[in-house]
Design a protein around this ligand. Structure first.
Ligand SMILES: [Zn+2]
Length: 207
């Protein structure tokens, strides 16, 4: 496979840059593209060309979207007084696919991780605090749903302390909760089955 034709080689090298894809898999995937209809390839090439320019962040929750405000924030059926704080947009997919939650979200785009030089200023905590300061009166509950591993716990603790302060300063009465039992320590929400996720949201505890 050392002599893949130029275009295939470039595609294989690109696939190799994706997470979890080694050289062999990259070559196999690139070759597989040859079996697809030309029209499909053109279609996907179009999406690829536009994905970066068209995708932006929701002005309210910082979920990825192609509009100024994402579908969830814009949906009048969603309970705006319930905010679940998650590490990244993929976690929203877990909740939404499981269909267990009617509130809205706030996406942090990461977690506090000193070993990898990610501090609170590097993720979207400030945006959350600003949102809570502005709308605190309407908020009934904030669920801290960062992953139950070391960095996720540290991030939840940091946010909890900040929120507590805002609560006291502004006489807000919202509850701060954390996902309850069901989630194994070290779990990743993205890979959690929906029953476990449902159990953990039903049994969330005051934090
Ligand atoms: Zn949104």
């Amino acid at each position: 496979m050392a002599n893949l034709p130029y275009n295939l080689k470039q595609i294989a090298l690109f696939f190799q840059r994706l997470p979890g894809i080694g050289q062999k898999t990259a070559n196999r995937l690139a070759l597989y593209l040859l079996r697809l209809p030309q029209q499909d390839l053109q279609e996907i090439a179009g999406y690829l060309a536009q994905v970066k320019t068209k995708t932006k962040m929701c002005q309210i929750c910082y979920n990825i979207t192609e509009n100024d405000v994402c579908e969830i924030c814009a949906n009048p059926q969603r309970n705006q007084s319930l905010i679940t704080v998650i590490e990244d947009s993929l976690d929203i997919l877990s909740f939404e696919t499981a269909n267990i939650y009617q509130g809205v979200y706030h996406v942090l785009h990461g977690r506090i991780d000193p070993l990898n030089h990610i501090s609170p200023e590097d993720i979207f905590i400030d945006k959350l605090l600003k949102r809570v300061k502005q709308n605190g009166k309407e908020i009934k509950e904030i669920i801290l749903a960062t992953n139950p591993d070391m960095e996720g716990e540290a991030t939840a603790m940091y946010i909890k302390n900040k929120l507590q302060l805002i609560k006291e300063q502004n006489y807000f009465i919202f509850k701060i909760t954390r996902l309850g039992y069901g989630l194994p320590i070290g779990a990743n929400l993205e890979y959690t089955d929906y029953m476990t996720l449902k159990k953990s949201i039903d049994s969330r505890i005051e934090y």
